[in-house]
Write a protein that binds this ligand. Sequence first.
Ligand code: G3P
Ligand code: CA
Length: 272
Amino acid sequence: MRQSITFLLICVLLLSGCSSIHTEAANGGSDYSPLIIAHRGASAVEPEHTFLSYDQAIDDEADYIEIDLRRTADGELVAMHDETVDRTTDGKGLVEELTLKKVKALDAGEGQTVPTMEEILKRYGSEVHYYIETREDDKGKLVMEKQLLQLLKQYAIPQDQVILQSFSKDSINALHELDPELTLVQLLKKKDVEQLDREDLQAIKDIAIGVGIYAGILEESVVDLIQNHKLEIHAYYRGDEKEWTEKMLQYEVDGIFSDDPAFLANKMEIKE
Ligand code: G3P
Ligand code: CA
């Protein structure tokens, strides 16, 4: 009787292993360890895109700090996600209509100022890895690619410590043209992912190491299609990290944007 129960248990365990989305065998062992990308710094813990949030992310041993870039009216690159300063500071207005002086006068939370890209590079130098998002300006023009690369060069940031990402295909193409050795990630909207075909994937693969997609559209067919083309998947979420982390780990994406790198690292440890 005891032998039959043991046999049954083994069968149940084997079957449950087979139904997981990616088995250990499929991934070449149990060494799955996605990149931890601190989304706007440790933005669940400290005000996003401030030195406090980047410092926290570094303390929490995130692999990369993510930085969204915008350009001010007088041409400075600043760390800001939204097109306006309204949500994250005590001011109002479009970033690209404000001078740097006006932006620097704002409180970005806990008395912090909005950092410029140059201040970030001055502060952290080559001590950290950067995951930087470029954008077109509000009129759809490319305004930051050359300037960003010049800054990275000026502060002697090794190329293998930088990933550049954008939803703008033009921006990704421009970066690649400026320097074919750059490590690039093409961010894709839900609609793009739904229409992805082999040609699109090949075009991305010609210049980028992977794609950035919303965790809400992760499903086996999408993951297989992208990873079978030897492209990495870096996933981001909106809302509650606790709800999304399980899904991103379950699909074994290659990189995870996290608002709380310590939480993610802990989750990954528990899973090992
Ligand atoms: O950079 C990936 C992810 O950050 C894209 O979303 O809107 O937070 O920049 P968003
Ligand atoms: Ca971003």
